[in-house]
Each structure stands twice: as C-alpha cells, then as structure tokens.
Design a protein. Structure first.
Length: 590
C-alpha cells in the first residue's frame, strides 16, 4: 500500500521536492501535497552533500511504513446513531480546531517560554500560558469581551486551564510585562520563523474608542480623533518591519499629539531590540521637524510624506512647475503640461502611453537646520484616482443639499460636506434669516491644482525608485490597523483600568504578529477575511468513544493550512489518538 510518494516541481532556477499523499475521493484516486521538503539546493546543503532524492525516498518510505502500521491499528470505524435517542443534556458535542494553526506559530515564536519566565518572576500559581494563548486565539477566531472569551475558549478542542478571575489577575501582569513581551517576541521571531527585515521600519498612529463616557488615565477625549466619535480614546503607535510584521507598539492618552509618540517608542527599540541602523517611514501627520532630526542621527534615516500644499512658497512653485520632470532610469526631461495638449500639437504627450508612468523631480533643501531631499512625483493614474474620489464626495454633497439640508453639521478636513458653501440671503439692510446652500466650485478648483502630485522628504541618497518603492509599502500598516479594528474587533474597548487596557492591546498586538506570520506562511494568497472565516469554521463533531468528525468544507486554504503546519485534521474521522498527535504537533518549536 503506497500512501505517500515523492513529487518534484521544476522551474527555471530550481527543483522543489514535496511529499504527496494518495487518497480516494468518491471512488476516484487523487493526490495532494502535504509537505514541502525544500529545494534541491537547500536539501543538499542541509544534508551535507548527500543526494536529496535518495534521502527523500528513504524519508517517504518511512512515512509509508508508519501509515501501514497506523492502518492496521486503526481500521475503518462504523458509527451508529439512533433517530429515537435524545442527545445528552448539557453535553458539548462541537469543538473548534482552527486555533491549532495559530497555536503552531504561537509555540514557534516561543510565547509559552516567555510566559514561563514571567510566571516565575511573579511567582504565579495559575496557568498564565493557558490564559494568554486563549486570549490570543479568541481575539482572532472569536473576538469578544474577556468574560465572553472565557466562555468561548471552551469551544476549543483543548480545554482552558483557568477560571474567570484568573484572567483579570493575569491582565495586570501582562500590562506590567508589556515591554518585555515585545522585546522577547522580536528576539525569538528572528531565530524561530524567519529573518526579519529591519532595514526599513514603518510607523503610524491610530485611535481606539471606548464604550463609556468618563475620561480618566489613558482614556481621554480628543477633537482630532480619527474616528470622529464622541467617546474617550486611547492612541496606539505601531512599528512594522519591512516585511509587514509588527515590531513594537505603545499606548498613550487619546488627546496626545501623535507626533510626539514616535521618539519614545523608537528609543525603546534602540535600547531593547539591539537595533541601530534602519530607515523610518511615516506619513505626513508624523513628519514633524523634530522627528526628522531625530532620525538624521547615528545610522538612522527617514522617508516621510510631505504635503505639497504645505510646502513653502518657493518650493511649492518649483514642485508644481510643469517642466523638468523625469522618468526613473532616464535622464530625459518632460514638460507634463504637454500631457493635456491635443494630439495634433507637436509637443503633445500620449496620455495612454504615460498613464501608468510616474514622473519625478527632486532637489536638496537645507531649511531649519536639516538637510533633506525633496522628491515630488506626478502620475496620471493618481490624478484620476483623486478626481474620482472627489467627484463622489461632490455627488454626496449635492444629494445632501437636495434631500436633507438640515443634517448639515460641522465638517472635517476630508469630509464631503466641505464642498457645501453656506451663503446668507437677505433683502438689503435686513437681518439674514435664510441660508442658501451650493457647491463650492472655488474649493474644487483649489484642490484640483494638486491632483496627481505626491511628495516625500528623506535624508537618503539612493535611487528615486527605491525611495518611492519603500514609501508605497506604507499601506501595510494601515491594513494592520484595519485588521485589529474590524476582524479582531479591538474596539470599542470596555475595560476601564489602565493596566487592563494595556494588556488588551498587548494581546491584540500578539494576535496581529501571529496572524501576519500565518499570512506569509500561506504565501499571501488569501485575504484576511477568508483566513479568519476559515479558522472560525473549522469545527468538529465529537463522536463519543471514536474521535472527531470534521464538519468544515475542505478547500485549497485548508490544504495549505495543514501543509504549512505539519499535521492534518481533514480525515473523514480523526481518532482521539490522531487528534492528540495533531495537538502535540501544534506545540512543536520547529
């Protein structure tokens, strides 16, 4: 009986070796990849020059022997159910196994050992690791309050080993060890999963609101809250590494200026993480002169978004001037005003040819005691994108004027209501009693001037392509905030004590680290929603005395989850012995 076989996938530059499993699906023989052994070159180096194919055949022969023994020990199971017997009252029959794929990364990152160090230091008698792991798994699969998390964690195949009051005691400890957890998690991730790209660090801030009205401690009201909600806020500052994996975070008062949050967290990275040389990439909201100067010291550098609209007059004129533009990799200069000329004009540039191109111009400036390089880009595609967004906002403003003008309230900087112009109407010399609403065409014209333009400031001297490429990757930190807020439901926050608030966001941070690694292991082929929904739906029906019957749909994603994790739970029935082995495999360090 041959269950496993060697499969080789060859490309132009390498040959990759896989273990394939044969099986029958509705009477049709098929196969699936269950393990990647590595490329021929990787295996040859790992095996000290031994023939990779010979080693692979021996390895697979061992798998077949083991499969034969397990087949003899585990004959097909016949389960009988009666349509006349009631199920037992209060007996749990459904369990989730999706957390096992998170548990695999949790243990590779050594979070269980981090918890052991903390427990020993605080002389904790309850199971801190069981608590923190369940808070992390539940944040991804069943995001909810701490009370609900305690109840929902009983849905996992491996049951929790703590009581509810232990969770609240543990939150204080986790908050106290917040910095230690971050530093240890970074150190262990470098040696555990893969090298981390710390040459570039992305930083940004966001707000999380509370479902309470009283402000105190970290919870503070802010007129500049990004969610524009009348609730107390806390502010999270987050660093991602160049690969999109979270590196460090901080929690500060919701009314604090976000520009002053970067330096303290970066100093913590310098002190606790042993890092000294990196490029910090931020958006315009964090691009204060002080932050730029701080990252112009030592071996650090910066790339920060610069508002063209807020440039000094002489620089704004230079940035918007139509002549002197280049394309990366070329010394030829262009006049971008020719992009708007009729094709019959001898100087006209073909818009179709240049639609996907990015023009740039650059210069060094030395203002306010800082020498930095200003790089301005122009793109027809970006121009059209900005116009499309604005057209949609103007259409919403027009609809509000027509249908419900009484709902017009104070608008924010990027709110569509900014295009509504209020004008008092009155007879000469009389008190104004009516207000006429119209679209502010002047404001639209003022904004159109900047359509398609984008600028960054940096102290780097490298190629423009590299600078633009690094800055483009800032979207990953925005996506990380979105994942925490929407998929992980990190807001609204219901906790009141500052230590418990810090612990809450520590578990959110750990969850994000684990989830981002899972995305990378899966080849970044699946959306966040697809992964979360799949893990949440990987349920099993327990067949008493026999094992667990998967009730989820097997898909390409579930196949990939099993392949990268090194165990399988998608057999027609998973015996207790097999499930125990899968749980053990999910706790392996390698």
């Amino acid at each position: 009986m041959i269950v496993f076989k060697l499969t080789v996938s060859k490309s132009k530059n390498a040959a990759s070796l896989y273990v394939a499993q044969s099986f029958y699906d509705d009477g049709v023989r098929s196969s699936r990849i269950i393990e990647k052994l590595g490329t021929e070159a990787e295996l040859r180096e790992k095996l000290g020059g031994r023939d990779p194919y010979e080693w692979a055949r021996e390895y697979i022969a061992g798998l077949n022997r083991k499969a034969k023994e397990e087949k003899e020990d585990n004959p097909d199971i016949l389960i009988k159910y009666s349509p006349l017997k009631l199920i037992r009252k209060d007996e749990q029959r459904s369990f989730n196994g999706g957390y096992l794929f998170l548990q695999r990364i949790y243990h590779v990152l050594g979070l269980d050992m981090i918890n052991k160090k903390i427990a020993d230091r605080h002389k904790i008698t309850y199971d801190l690791d069981s608590i923190l792991s369940r808070l992390v798994y539940s944040r991804i699969i069943y995001p909810s309050s701490k009370l609900a998390t305690y109840k929902l964690s009983t849905r996992f195949i491996e049951q929790p080993r703590f009581d509810l009051h232990h969770i609240y005691r543990a939150l204080g400890v986790v908050a106290e060890e917040m910095d230690f957890i971050q530093a240890e998690l970074y150190r262990r991730s470098v040696s555990g999963l893969a090298e981390r790209d710390t040459g570039v660090l992305f930083y940004d801030c966001t707000n999380f609101f509370f479902e309470i009205e009283q402000e105190d401690g970290l919870k503070q009201y802010s007129a500049n809250g990004k969610d524009h909600k009348p609730n107390p806020l806390v502010q999270m500052g987050l660093f991602l590494d160049g690969g999109g994996i979270p590196l460090a975070f901080s929690i500060t008062e919701g009314n604090q200026n976000e520009q002053v949050t970067l330096k303290p967290l970066e100093q913590k990275i310098l002190a606790d993480f042993g890092m000294a040389k990196f490029i910090v990439c931020t958006d315009a909201g964090l691009s204060s002169l002080a932050n730029r100067k701080f990252n112009d010291m030592g071996e650090r550098s910066f790339i920060t978004t610069q508002s063209v609209k807020k440039l000094k007059g002489y620089l704004k004129g230079w940035a918007l001037y139509s002549d002197g533009w280049r394309l990366p990799g070329s010394e030829k200069t262009y006049d971008i005003s020719n992009l708007y000329r009729d094709k019959e004009n001898i100087d006209a540039l073909d818009q179709d040819e240049f639609f996907d191109k990015v023009f740039y111009k650059e210069r060094w400036i030395n203002d306010d005691g800082l020498k930095q390089r200003l790089v301005v880009t122009f793109s027809l595609k970006y121009r059209d994108y900005q116009r499309k967004i604005r057209d949609g906002q103007v259409a919403r403003a027009e609809k509000l004027i027509r249908t419900n003008p009484t709902k017009l309230k104070k608008s924010h900087q990027n709110d569509y209501k900014r295009f509504i112009l209020k004008k008092s109407v009155t007879a000469s010399g009389e008190e104004a009693k009516k207000t006429a609403l119209s679209i502010d065409e002047g404001l639209i014209g003022d904004e159109e001037i900047y359509d398609g333009f984008y600028a960054v400031c940096t102290n780097l001297e490298g190629g423009v392509d590299d600078i633009i490429s690094i800055n483009k990757r800032r979207w990953e930190i925005e996506e990380s905030f979105r994942i925490m807020k929407h998929e992980f439901k990190a807001r609204p926050v219901y906790l009141q004590r500052d230590d418990r608030i810090k612990a809450h966001f520590t578990t959110c941070f750990i969850s994000l680290v684990i989830f981002r690694y899972l995305e990378k292991l899966l080849g970044e082929k699946y959306t966040c929603c697809t992964i979360v929904d799949t893990l949440r739906g990987m349920d099993f029906l327990e067949a008493k005395s026999d094992g667990y019957i998967p009730t989820y749909t097997r898909t390409d994603l579930t196949d990939d989850l099993h392949m990268v994790s090194g165990f399988r739970t998608d057999y027609q029935i998973v015996t207790y012995k097999q499930m125990k082995a899968a749980c053990k495999a999910a706790r392996q360090k390698k």
